[in-house]
Write a protein that binds this ligand. Sequence first.
Ligand code: C2O
Ligand code: CU
Length: 460
Amino acid sequence: MHLTRRQVLGGLASSATALALPVRAAETTALTAQVVDMQLLPEEYGRTTIWGYGGTMPGQEIRVPQGGRVQRTLINQLPQATSVHWHGIRIDNAMDGVSGLTQAAVAPDTRFDYDFIAPDAGTYWYHAHNRSVEQVARGLYGALIVDEPVAPDIDQEDVFILDDWLIDPSTGQIDGDFEAMHDRSHAGRNGNFIATNGISGLTKTARQNERRRLRLINAANARIFELRLDGLEGWIVALDGMPLAKPEPFGNYLLLGPGQRADVFVDVTAEPGNAAHLLAVINDQSYPQVRFDVTGRASETRRPEPVALESNAYSPVMLENATQLALNMEGGAMGGLRAATLGGKRMDFRDLVAEGQFWAFNGAIGRAEDAPLARLARGEHVRLKISNDTAFPHAMHLHGMHFQEVSESGHLGPLRDTTLIFGDQTREIAFVAENSGNWLLHCHMLSHAASGMTTRIEVA
Ligand code: C2O
Ligand code: CU
């Protein structure tokens, strides 16, 4: 049994009215973080209390033209301090929204003005960045779309935010143990209720031979989505917001780590009367993440192959003479970490566990407030070798700048802001430190970020 979007929105409208606090009339740009009751689960479970932006799940979509200005006043109506991070935007550091680093957390019943330019077209997202492991899991996220100056030639666009909610089945409420040792020390907090835009088994209608742009955003705390297509032929046209030089055939599957995005053009090949699917593979089984009911034909013939999106202006990185940095990731279950420093103090693994800390970067429990991984000059070219000496995959995210993966042969891959690194893998990334400020570098598996996998890079 699945809910339709209209039912969910209808339900939200009434609860949002009941919860709304007075907002000044002229305030058209409020982004209110608030407690919302919504019908997330099948009806027999009743409503689930989530935290959301603007009374909807996902939070209100923010869309600006490339180079446009985003102005939002965060109004915190939550019982907890919060902040908003604009994931993937080459942003002014003061607007990056990292509580305790670029701003103080915004206390309940207070507000904070975000105001920045979005220089790059693409698919981005915003989410809470204070106690992220809890606040993102409770639903504090939304899409941030920056439109290309010339719209690509497509018939439809879908913004799909993928998430897995961890629900206590006996209450139908969000599992409130955000510090669970097992999640921290293993693969992170994985949910048991998978949804797209807050809807399980989301269904849309489509027409044969039409071309749709899927903007896929992984907002899950830890889940790596393995996505497949059925009745659709796809091309990846952008990753983490940034266009690929040439559309890449979708192939068998796409892995989307937490924090990552992909823009996929899909042509509907399924016949009218049939369904096409975006599938998610979970434990070797395919499930429809989104179903497209094909109701007719858009045209008699297929379109020609898609062309690349206009690239964003990004400084090319020069590998020769680049500053070499190294980051060794250690710890976790089966990781064999014996000791690490925490706040400058050497501690053995048992004492670290007592502090809820399980992971280390270069021998130290990583925290935003500790010394940076590197201090760089503005414009410095950098290669950073990340070695994953743990048994788990990690989704390493750099704030403020995109980077390129460097292949063994020295070839530069697409621009990304989050890279998936599997256990015992090494991945080199390279970038030009062209944005001044304090930029977090952390695992986007949010339990990991909270238990040692956070550092920062300082650009003068
Ligand atoms: Cu998407 Cu530091 O986060
Ligand atoms: Cu991790």
